[in-house]
Design a binder for this molecule. Structure first.
Ligand SMILES: Nc1ncnc2c1ncn2[C@@H]1O[C@H](COP(=O)(O)OP(=O)(O)OP(=O)(O)O)[C@@H](O)[C@H]1O
Length: 230
């Protein structure tokens, strides 16, 4: 089946099992919302789906093809099909690099051609003026740095984009712009999006379906909600 999926994935940190045979599927062009209490494993699931963390059990598949390993053990052509945008751009960006170099990172990793041109194009798409590209993270706002992280996430025109509270720290207008850039990319490229947010309005506007995490605990809540309607 086409899509990005986790199959019966288990992740433990020491003795703490954070994901216990967890499964999820994100279809092409689909926006899947994911919500749940703090610490329930949403970010861990994102890291597994982004091929940044190898699960202890279970596996990830892309368009039906199982992926083994994580990070640089996975072929660049596979890794680059998935983009990720995290909540905190400060912890996701190297403070020593210029914004241009942050955006160029994934392009350099695959030895892409015409990197400078592509960086300018991506910066424009993300709403960054070229004068900001020379600056380092300490000299830009959180919103500007998140735009650079967005440009970086879109560098390889990913088929799947994982947004982990990506707009939470932004002011309303930057939030709206970042969401608009992502939905535009989604419509152009048929990108499947995983949207993790505590913002009910954003979830309602954007997600085609919403999963309450962890899935086991969602079942009784859904049943109660259903019962209330009758
Ligand atoms: N690298 C790590 N080492 C040890 N424990 C970790 C690690 N990463 C996460 N955890 C723990 O795993 C659990 C799940 O964390 P995770 O960040 O996946 O949850 P979350 O649902 O995304 O939370 P939040 O909504 O607060 O971001 C938490 O108890 C967290 O402390």
């Amino acid at each position: 089946m086409n899509g990005l999926a986790a199959h019966e994935v288990t992740v433990a940190y020491g003795r703490q099992t954070v994901l216990d045979r967890a499964s999820i599927h994100i279809g092409p062009g689909e926006t899947v919302g994911l919500r749940g209490p703090s610490g329930c494993g949403k970010s861990t699931l994102v890291r597994v789906l982004a091929l940044l963390h190898r699960p202890d059990d279970g596996h990830v598949s892309i368009d039906g093809n199982p992926v083994t390993g994580a990070r640089y053990r996975v072929a660049a052509a596979v890794r680059t099909r998935i983009g990720v945008l995290f909540q905190s751009p400060r912890s996701a960006a190297d403070p020593r690099l210029s914004l241009a170099d942050i955006i160029a990172e994934p392009l350099r990793a695959t030895k892409a051609e015409r990197i400078q041109d592509r960086v300018v194009e991506l910066a424009y798409t993300a709403g960054l003026t070229t004068d900001l590209l020379r600056r380092q993270p300490h000299a830009v706002s959180d919103g500007q740095l998140q735009r650079a992280c967005l440009a970086r996430a879109l560098a390889h025109r990913p088929d799947y984009l994982l947004c982990d509270e990506a707009t939470t720290m932004l002011d309303a207008s930057t939030q709206a712009h970042v969401a608009a850039v992502i939905t535009d990319h989604q419509h152009r490229h048929g990108t499947g999006v995983l949207l993790i947010t505590h913002d009910p309005a954003l979830m309602h506007r954007w997600a085609h379906r919403v999963i309450d995490w962890p899935p086991d605990q969602a079942a009784p809540a859904t049943a109660v909600e259903h019962a209330d309607h009758h």
